[in-house]
Design a protein around this ligand. Structure first.
Ligand SMILES: *Cc1c(COP(=O)(O)O)cnc(C)c1O
Length: 508
């Protein structure tokens, strides 16, 4: 399988190189030149495997530079029971494998719990795997330089990447997070990060400022040269790296098979998939699964008040020139959703000039429009919904009231979308709803939604929420309080290059 830059500057690159480089030189995203069909025979075979086996088999369709033995070894380590502490007996319908659970709330609502990993958010599903893929890619390419992973995070990627890459030989990692817009818990998780090869720094501004700043550092020729002289080069763990995206396809296919196994659906029966969306990585993986042939009727894209994607899907106009809101679901406080660029590539049948043109318009004018077939095909696969913080709180309360099931604000945005879609369209298709974080990771908002009483701080909120819900909080979160702060710095967004170099220990 070869990879093309969505903007056409680099074509037919093998998988190991696409993963090692992360972002293509022309600023485009590496994406598989075609999608591989999930045949009936393959689905049959996958049904008989555990999660690690399914991951190795599905990744093998795309990451053709790796042997199946290699992929299976990585998957077994990445998705081990030590890493994904899904409590046994939590839910009788949950598959007993590797921390991914489908929890059925009703005949129509099936929650895919993706948050049982070390950082309590779904990012672990990909970021426990990526370090194996990346370091192996470098070995395969004969790369002797150290890979410097540069991350812009809206909160959860940063911690998950730090946890995945800490003390991995041949790598260093630097994470930038917006000082304005991560939760207490998220911030504490990052600034207390342990490991010899890690650096963390806050940026004045929001996620888009951090992401734009990091993208600039990536493509700055002077910084690239400095790194090269110091035996280093940049790579990415953001969902612009295809090595992040590929492992996310796995859980949609796996969840479908588990739903068949538990009797929630019949073999071949269509489902909808509803995903709380920020940078468009998670829902793009669901789109890949659908395009590969997983029986999916509609992809429901759920946004918070930052509803640029809702408008895009429903009108074909992507317009980021709008007010930016800080919400209860900060991991989705994004106006420039990077992975939409990959979607455009497939909507336009691989026409890279088309994609490059749209990205140029977005960059220069903050807006572009899809029309004709591309817009029609977008609408055929997706539907967009958004909700504000009031509705998010209501949904948290509603779901807890119905079934004493605790959800985080991101998951609440998705459940709100799934319910409105069903009410408005009458579509009773069973819907798989991605639950992307533990409620305890965003406990202040959740506690406030349930009790109307804000806690003094996030750490008190964890304890109170645990008591209110009658559920223990994940151990890595309760342990945060006593940890030492290692990274307390905040910098301006145009100082990211110099800061990155300093944290990496290279002379500018
Ligand atoms: C990252 C994240 C999202 C958004 O995922 P994308 O792949 O960026 O669309 C949603 N919820 C949580 C909790 C996240 O951490």
């Amino acid at each position: 399988m070869n990879y093309n830059s969505t903007r056409g500057g680099t074509l037919a690159v093998p998988s190991a190189r696409a993963i090692a480089e992360g972002l293509a030189r022309d600023g485009g995203l590496y994406t598989p030149e075609k999608l591989v069909p999930l045949t009936d025979e393959l689905m049959e075979e996958l049904a008989g495997l555990d999660y690690a086996g399914r991951a190795a088999r599905i990744l093998g369709l795309y990451l053709t530079d790796f042997t199946s033995e290699e992929l299976l070894t990585y998957a077994k380590k990445a998705y081990s029971a030590e890493k994904f502490a899904h409590p046994a007996g939590f839910d009788p319908t949950a598959p007993a494998v590797d921390g991914v659970a489908v929890r059925s709330l009703s005949k129509q609502e099936h929650v895919l719990e993706l948050f049982w990993g070390p950082t309590s958010a779904f990012k672990d599903m990909a970021l426990q795997m990526l370090p194996y893929l990346l370091t192996a890619s470098l070995r395969k390419l004969g790369e002797e330089r150290t890979a410097c992973i540069l991350v812009a995070t809206s909160g959860d990627t940063g911690k998950a990447a730090l946890e995945g890459f800490r003390d991995v030989p041949g790598t260093q990692i630097v994470v930038f997070y917006p000082n304005d817009g991560v939760s207490d818990v998220q911030k504490r998780q990052m600034i207390t990060q342990e490991g010899e090869n890690v650096g963390v720094c806050a940026v004045y501004g929001n996620f888009d400022d951090a992401q734009t700043g990091v993208k600039k550092v990536f493509s700055d020729p002077a910084i690239r040269e400095t790194l090269d002289k110091n035996g280093r080069f940049f790579s990415s763990a953001n969902s612009i790296n295809f090595g992040r995206l590929a492992p996310q396809i796995v859980y949609y296919v796996s969840a479908y098979l588990d739903m068949v196994k538990s009797g929630a659906i019949a073999r071949g029966e269509a489902i909808n998939i509803c995903v709380p969306t920020g940078n468009f990585g998670n829902i793009l993986a669901a789109y890949f699964a659908k395009a590969m042939g997983l029986p999916v009727k509609k992809l429901i894209c759920a946004s918070n008040a930052n509803n640029v994607l809702t408008d895009f899907i429903n009108t074909g106009v992507y317009d980021r020139r709008r007010e930016f809101f800080k919400t209860l679901s900060p991991s989705m406080d994004i106006l420039i959703s990077s992975n939409v660029e990959r979607l455009l590539y497939y909507l336009a049948d691989g026409d890279t000039a088309f994609v490059a043109g749209k990205m140029k318009e977005l960059n220069e004018n903050g807006i572009y429009t899809l029309d004709g077939e591309a817009a029609a095909s977008l609408k055929a696969d997706f539907i967009g919904y958004c909700c504000d913080d009031v509705q998010t709180r209501e949904t948290i309360r509603e779901v807890f009231g119905e079934s004493r099931y605790l959800i985080d604000p991101h998951t609440a945005v998705a459940i709100n979308a799934a319910r409105r879609y069903r009410a408005e369209t009458g579509d009773e298709t069973p819907t798989l709803i991605a639950s992307t974080a533990s409620a305890f990771k965003f406990c202040a908002g959740v506690l406030d939604a349930l009790t109307g009483t804000p806690a003094a701080d996030d750490f008190e909120a964890i304890e109170t929420l645990s008591a209110v819900a009658g559920q223990p909080a994940p151990a890595p979160l309760t342990g945060l309080r006593g940890k030492t702060v290692r990274f307390a710095e905040t910098v301006e967004k145009d100082a990211l290059g110099a800061t990155a170099c300093r944290l990496l220990g290279v002379e500018v």
